[in-house]
Structures are given as structure tokens and as C-alpha cells.
Ligand binder design. Structure first.
Ligand SMILES: Cc1cc2nc3c(=O)[nH]c(=O)nc-3n(C[C@H](O)[C@H](O)[C@H](O)COP(=O)(O)OP(=O)(O)OC[C@H]3O[C@@H](n4cnc5c(N)ncnc54)[C@H](O)[C@@H]3O)c2cc1C
Length: 365
């Protein structure tokens, strides 16, 4: 998704000739098709972070694009629910922060909450985020790919990048070699190089930069759970209060464009970027967590579903505060024309169009 958004943006420049290099046979078969498809409001990421800046701008750009090109999306709104005083403090902090960045949020009373969503438990309070929504990520990627190709961009599929050579530190361009699954190599040269390889972006970073700038990739796996019962059926996204230092946003309830409920993702650290087996070990804990805000949930109707993996640069937190993991988007010093994107976890989908704008500015401002 992010590489696609960047390629489309750069291809729109006069005289551009952009190649999107993808190791699989089509776009979006990794993290971009393994997420919650939530258009995030930008409530969690602190004042000066790239995540806040790009999520706010990206949300606006994404809603506009979806409306203009009839890409399926739904401005569902979202509730963050608190069950006790500590959680209430946490959602009060979210509200205070959202006011400082101009993102609408408001509290509703317990009685009003009961009337609107009788199945949702919120003992202490509910914070409502009206600008949160969902998008059909596959339709979005289909649109971006079509528009990129219509503008003359080229997708090179089944082309895993296996080595990268800068000429004169990138000042005279770049040589990028790909090796197909049957062992055939090909090489292209380019003036600029964008690393937007998701879970494998650290591997590309380490191909380009010297040893002392190598990094280690960390992976925070998130398992989803499907729900086959027809009740309870909230019409809102429901999130628990955020827990400081947590690698995700808590096992929440989201909806897909068909109105089907899914729960997740949880957080489980793994050593492998392809560890896509759902976490059944902590399923009981996940269901217990879900039951705190949805007491009537039918436990037997919850089944392990798919997995998405968050690219991280350490065992770092998803929300602001201590050990916060921000997006890493930099024009790397000493390497002309190279923009490096690491740790593009949530809200990467929401931010994708704004990330593309940011990359263009880094290269050409
Ligand atoms: C569990 C989970 C839930 C999330 N929920 C949300 C959400 O609700 N809202 C939101 O805004 N964001 C969400 N995100 C974040 C969002 O999904 C990601 O930020 C976004 O999809 C990242 O896109 P990407 O293009 O950077 O990565 P990817 O989709 O992983 O794309 C990277 C591409 O690079 C290719 N590649 C890798 N190495 C090579 C190589 N050597 N040669 C050639 N190609 C290569 C891969 O094949 C892949 O197609 C979530 C993420 C996770 C993990």
C-alpha cells in the first residue's frame, strides 16, 4: 500500500519514470492485506510525531480520494470504552490530546451509551471519535495500482530485490538487482531509490547502508478472531482504553465493509516475518479481554482467523509515551536520492497518501 502510494505520487511528476519492484506476483499480499482496515483519527501518537502528522493529513486525503473515486469506505465512528477510574484517566488523556491537535472527540454518558449500543459495556465512560472509519483496503490498492499504471508507471512483479549498489554514494544513481524465483537476475538503474519494503525494509536498509548503520528488525504479531454469531452486533468500532507501553491498541472490535465483526489484533513478539499462524495460546485471554467490553459475546463463536505482523525497530510501544515507536522516514545522509521507510506499522494504511507526499517533499523540496 505505502510503496504503491509513493510510486503513484512520484509518477505524477513531469517526465517521471517509476518502477514499483515487488517480490510477489501482485501488490498487497503482506501487511497491507492483513490489518484492521481502520481509517484512524490520529488519537494516540503524541504531539510531535510523524505518526500524528501523517495520520491526520492521510485521513483527510484518504476520505477525499475514497469519495472522489467511489472506493468503498464507511465513516463508522469509534468508541473507546473505560471500565474503571484508571481506564477513565487513560481515555481522558486521549480526549485532552485530541483537543490539542484539532481532532474531534467527545464523551457520552453511560445512559446514552446504553441506549445507542446496549450490548457494549462501559462502566466508567465512553469517548467517541466520530472521524474514525473503515476502508476496503483491496479496492483502495486496486485503485492506486490502476492510477499508477495509467500515469505510465511500471509494476515489476515476481522480482525480489537481492542487491543494491549506489554509484558515487547515489550521486550518479543506483543499480538494483532482482532475482526471480527460478534464479534469473535482472538489473535496473535509477536516479532515486525508495525503500518501502514493509517487514523486509530492514533487510533493504542493511543492503544499502554501512555496517554501523545496520538495524535489527523486530516483529509484533497480531492475531485476529472471527465471530460467527449474529449477536451481539454493535454498529461501532469498539476499542478498550489504551494501555501505556503496549505494542498495539488492545484487542478491539472492528467491522468490515460487509458489517461483519472481527476482533483483534493482539500482540505477540515473534522472530519471523512470516509467522502467520494465529495465536491460539492466548485466545482465552483475548476472549476474556473482549468480554470486558462485550459481556454478551458468544465465546464459542470466536475462532482464530488471520495474522498481521507489525514491523518494529525494537520491542516498542504503539502509542505515545515511554518507548514509543514512531514511523522512520528519512532521506539517508551520505546516500543521494535514497529515502528509507522503516517501522511503517499502524496507522500506515491511513497515512499512506500523506507518506507519499512526505517522500516527494524529502526528495524534491
Ligand atoms: C495487525 C495490523 C493491523 C493494522 N491495522 C491498521 C489499521 O487499522 N489502520 C491503519 O491505518 N494501519 C493499520 N496497520 C498498518 C498498515 O497495515 C501498514 O502500515 C501498511 O499496510 C504498510 O504498508 P507497506 O506497503 O509499508 O507494507 P507491505 O504491505 O508489507 O508492503 C511491502 C511490500 O514490499 C515487498 N517486498 C519486501 N521485500 C522485498 C524485496 N526484497 N524485493 C521486492 N519486494 C519486496 C513485499 O512483498 C510487500 O508487498 C496495521 C498493521 C498490522 C500489522
Amino acid at each position: 500500500m505505502v510503496g504503491l502510494a509513493i510510486a503513484r505520487r512520484l509518477q505524477a511528476r513531469d517526465g517521471a519514470s517509476t518502477v514499483l519492484i515487488e517480490k510477489h506476483g501482485s501488490v498487497g499480499t503482506e501487511t497491507s492485506s492483513r490489518n484492521s482496515e481502520v481509517i484512524h483519527a490520529g488519537l494516540y501518537y503524541g504531539t510531535d510525531s510523524l505518526k500524528t502528522k501523517l495520520c491526520l493529513r492521510g485521513k483527510e486525503m484518504l476520505y477525499d480520494l475514497c469519495k472522489t473515486h467511489s472506493i468503498p469506505h464507511w465513516n463508522t465512528g469509534k468508541w473507546i470504552v473505560a471500565q474503571d477510574d484508571t481506564q477513565m484517566d487513560a481515555i481522558q488523556k486521549v480526549h485532552n490530546f485530541s483537543q490539542t491537535i484539532g481532532v474531534p472527540t467527545h464523551f457520552i454518558t453511560k445512559e446514552e451509551a446504553k441506549r445507542l449500543e446496549p450490548d457494549v459495556r462501559c462502566e466508567a465512560g465512553v469517548l467517541v471519535s466520530p472521524s474514525t472509519g473503515i476502508v476496503d483496503s483491496h479496492s483502495l490498492m486496486q485503485y492506486l495500482e490502476g492510477d499508477f499504471e495509467d500515469k505510465g508507471g511500471i509494476c515489476a512483479f515476481k522480482s525480489p530485490v537481492t542487491s543494491i549498489t549506489p554509484f558515487d554514494s547515489g550521486r550518479s544513481g543506483w543499480e538494483i538487482t532482482t532475482t526471480s524465483p527460478d534464479g534469473e537476475s535482472s538489473t535496473i538503474t535509477a536516479d532515486t531509490l525508495i525503500n518501502s519494503a514493509g517487514l523486509f525494509a530492514v533487510a533493504i536498509n542493511n543492503m544499502v547502508l554501512p555496517d554501523d548503520r545496520h538495524r535489527k528488525a523486530f516483529y509484533a504479531k497480531g492475531s485476529y478472531f472471527s465471530y460467527s454469531a449474529s449477536k451481539p452486533k454493535p454498529s461501532m468500532l469498539v476499542y478498550p482504553a489504551p494501555v501505556p507501553g503496549h505494542g498495539g491498541l488492545g484487542t478491539h472490535l472492528t467491522l468490515d465493509m460487509g458489517g461483519r465483526i472481527r476482533f483483534g489484533p493482539d500482540v505477540e513478539w515473534t522472530d519471523s516475518p512470516t509467522d502467520y499462524a494465529p495465536n491460539t495460546k492466548s485466545m482465552k485471554q483475548a476472549i476474556d479481554d473482549i468480554q470486558t467490553y462485550l459481556p454478551g459475546v458468544d465465546r464459542d463463536a470466536i475462532q482464530p482467523d488471520y495474522v498481521g505482523i507489525r514491523p518494529k525497530l525494537g520491542k516498542l510501544a504503539a502509542t505515545s509515551g515511554k518507548d514509543f515507536q514512531d514511523f522512520y522516514i528519512k532521506r539517508e545522509e551520505g546516500y543521494e536520492g535514497f529515502v528509507n521507510l522503516l517501522a511503517i506499522e499502524s496507522p500506515g494504511l491511513t497515512s499512506s497518501l500523506a507518506i507519499a507526499e512526505e517522500v516527494e517533499e524529502l526528495l524534491y523540496r
